[in-house]
Design a protein around this ligand. Structure first.
Ligand SMILES: *Cc1c(COP(=O)(O)O)cnc(C)c1O
Length: 383
């Protein structure tokens, strides 16, 4: 199998699995106990918090462990508004559904929402954010990197604007975390979401960074864990795994991302050169190192995915979350693609394990499949 769907999820690193196992066997204590058996595990959680905090230049007490990116996004948006009463949120049309659906719910409760349209490369400028700010704006939530087209946003410039206007800035960094340098202080980020399973860590764990005192009320009420803001007995093994995955990813970031970028550019160049009628979606340079998103004219992306599947290749048409629906991707629509090109889109997301030989095989399969699908398409035959 050739796995090119790392934006959907990643394989857990073996060292992460090993780090987690003790917490599902001998070290099973509840971290809230006051005996040594508990205090040892509590200490390991605090060590994990420090590792995650260091990765984004935050303080350990600014990191709250959650069940993943979705929960972190819900928390940031809902509590920012709830704590400040009515107000206005600025976000983009290309966010993950965890953001967009949270916005919909807030809208139904009287919060105003502005969804900025990105440019054709998927970029939202700081200037357009500035123009959208109103006196009642509470929060700007703009993702650091897009999960479908990989485009990176000018987070630092946006942070400078939100700071100038005294507005909160949250970024969904689920795709960006450990793939690009993030410094929450230098970038003026007040809140940041990340997830374990996108960085070779376990599923069902993530974190929300909240700058000191920016949110004060609990998101989940209960026993007072996570400094009183997110109750519930800790997902200890998950937290340990998340920290281990973070450490590995940060330590090898330069080498890993350089390799991915090289492989990505190799595959992109060949696909664009060797297949006719292909569009490359997203910004050519300002993008995640492992992300490629192509639209093939006169090809149905979902059918292409199924053909690749039979050849042992995992890729995705749009995002995994939307693969159950037959709507064209909202991200591709937001950058101005026609329905036809949106339906013709396929995303390949590689990691540092991919080999050139595997890429060569995928390109051969792609060429064959695209030619086959087009040969059955009368419209293509007319072009
Ligand atoms: C995967 C993803 C999420 C959701 O994270 P989960 O941990 O799966 O809940 C949110 N935002 C982006 C950009 C993602 O890629």
């Amino acid at each position: 199998m050739i796995y090119m769907d790392n934006a959907a999820t990643t394989k857990v690193h073996p060292a992460v699995v090993n780090a987690m196992i003790p917490y599902m066997s001998n070290r099973y204590s509840n971290p809230s106990g006051i005996y040594t058996f508990s205090k040892n595990v509590k200490r390991d959680i605090e060590d994990a918090r420090a590792v995650v905090a260091a990765a984004i230049n935050a303080l350990p007490e600014e990191i709250y462990f959650t069940s993943g990116g979705t929960e972190s996004d819900n928390w940031a948006l809902k509590m920012s508004c709830l704590e400040r009463g009515r107000g206005h949120i600025i976000t983009t049309q290309m966010e993950h559904h965890a953001i967009l659906k949270s916005c919909e719910q807030l809208q139904s409760q009287g919060i105003a929402v502005t969804k900025l349209k990105p440019d054709k490369d998927g970029i939202v400028t700081a200037k357009s954010v500035e123009k959208a700010i109103r006196p009642d704006t509470v929060l700007v939530s703009i993702m650091a990197a897009n999960n479908e087209i990989g485009t990176l946003q000018p987070v630092k410039d946006i942070g400078a604007i939100t700071r100038e206007y005294g507005v909160l800035f949250h970024t969904d960094a689920v795709q960006a975390f450990t793939n690009i340098d993030i410094d929450v202080k230098a970038m003026n980020i007040n809140m940041l979401s990340a997830s374990g399973h996108k960085i070779s860590g376990p599923k069902g764990v993530g974190f929300l960074y909240v700058e000191k005192d920016k949110l004060r009320k609990p998101f989940i009420n209960g026993g007072g864990q996570e400094m009183g803001l997110r109750a519930g007995t800790e997902n200890v093994a998950g937290i340990i795994g998340l920290a281990k995955a973070t450490k590995i990813a940060v330590d090898n970031m330069k080498v890993r991302t350089e390799y991915e970028r090289k492989m990505r550019d190799y595959m992109t160049d060949r696909v664009l050169r060797e297949i006719k009628g292909v569009h490359f979606n997203g910004h050519s340079q300002k993008r995640l190192p492992g992300n490629m998103n192509f639209s093939f004219e006169y090809v149905d992306g979902a059918t292409l995915i199924l053909m690749l599947d039979r050849q042992g290749i995992c890729a995705s048409a749009g995002s995994a979350c939307s693969s159950v629906s037959s709507e064209p991707s909202h991200v591709l629509k937001s950058i101005g693609l026609s329905d036809e090109l949106a339906y013709g889109s396929v995303r390949f997301t590689i990691n540092e394990k991919i080999t050139k030989r595997e890429i060569d095989y995928v390109i051969e399969c792609l060429k064959q499949n695209v030619a086959k699908l087009r040969s059955m398409n009368t419209e293509w035959n007319n072009v």
